[in-house]
Design a protein around this ligand. Structure first.
Ligand code: KMH
Ligand code: ZN
Length: 282
């Protein structure tokens, strides 16, 4: 059998924390970080236990999902002031957010931003990502020097990623980083077989992380570590730590991922190493 090419960064693990998301309500999940102060405190705690990147959704004064540009800028500045984390803003927002608002997120000039590769049923809703919109996001990120994290909710979206890179070229910095978001009701399942199928479709030289939504969180974490991948954890994706046990805070999830990464002999990398890995210059 031909030796497989080692993936860049396969000796250490990039841990991304996604602390908030757009789906949980503060009423249902009182420990969800929603204010800038809560986000900064979470970011610091998570950095301390092994996170190198943070994937941020913001909320308004009523704790509702928001894409307010000034608040996005203030959040980026506050997290940068208090941590060395790579700051990634969500351009996915909530399923109700219009495309123009989602594109405007990039004006907050984060280090990185998510760039979803297709439309997917999202529970009872639809997360809409038209081809022209994907191209616009990709091009605007390149113009602004923002690293895209290509979010993949289903296997066919990896075909879309190939089409995007073939037709519109590599992102700023020249490095391709993919996040497999698994276990969304309507998207690909969060299991080892599906992760293995996805790996065959990931562009050569790309890094990947994986995230398992809900009860797929642990199986996906373990499968990604064993496959030389990176991981995303956080309360955006799961608010349950174990059967019948709610997550205490985001740092609890990051600490568990760090421990497992160490056991896998692929310890968490710091944000400086992560910047080199991903080609982030800021
Ligand atoms: N909230 C979901 C509809 C992203 O951050 O880019 C989309 C999402 C993906 O969370
Ligand atoms: Zn998100």
């Amino acid at each position: 059998m031909a030796p497989s090419t080692p993936r860049p960064g396969a000796h250490g693990t990039l841990i991304t924390v996604a602390p908030t998301g757009a789906e949980h309500t503060k009423a249902d999940v009182p420990n969800l970080p929603v204010t800038i102060d809560e986000l900064v405190a979470t970011a610091r705690d998570c950095e301390r236990v092994g996170a190198a990147m943070i994937h941020i959704h913001i909320r308004d004064d009523d704790a509702k999902p928001s894409l307010d540009l000034q608040r996005l800028k203030d959040t980026v500045a506050a997290v940068r002031e208090q941590t060395r984390l790579i700051v990634q803003l969500s351009t996915g927002g909530a399923v109700t957010d219009p495309e123009e608002h989602r594109l405007r997120v990039l004006d907050a000039l984060p280090d990185s931003a998510s760039c979803s590769m297709g439309t997917v049923n999202f529970g009872d809703d639809v997360f809409l990502n038209r081809w022209e919109f994907i191209v616009e996001l990709h091009n605007r990120m390149r113009e602004r020097g923002i690293l895209p994290e290509y979010e993949i909710f289903d296997l066919g979206q990896l075909t879309t990623l190939h089409r995007l890179l073939d037709q519109h070229g590599l992102p700023a910095g020249g490095h391709v980083h993919v996040d497999l978001v698994m276990g969304v009701p309507g998207g690909m399942p969060g299991d080892t077989e599906t992760l293995a199928a996805a790996l065959r479709l990931i562009p050569d030289g790309a890094t990947f992380s994986a995230t398992g939504v809900g009860r797929t969180s642990l199986p996906v974490l373990l499968a990604a570590l064993s496959a030389g991948g990176h991981v995303r954890v956080g309360m955006e994706d799961t608010v349950s730590y174990a059967r019948g046990e709610r997550v205490k805070d985001n740092a609890q999830l990051v600490a568990r991922a760090s421990g497992l990464a160490r056991i896998a002999q692929r310890p968490p990398i710091g944000s400086d190493e992560a910047r080199v890995l991903l080609g982030v210059t800021s």
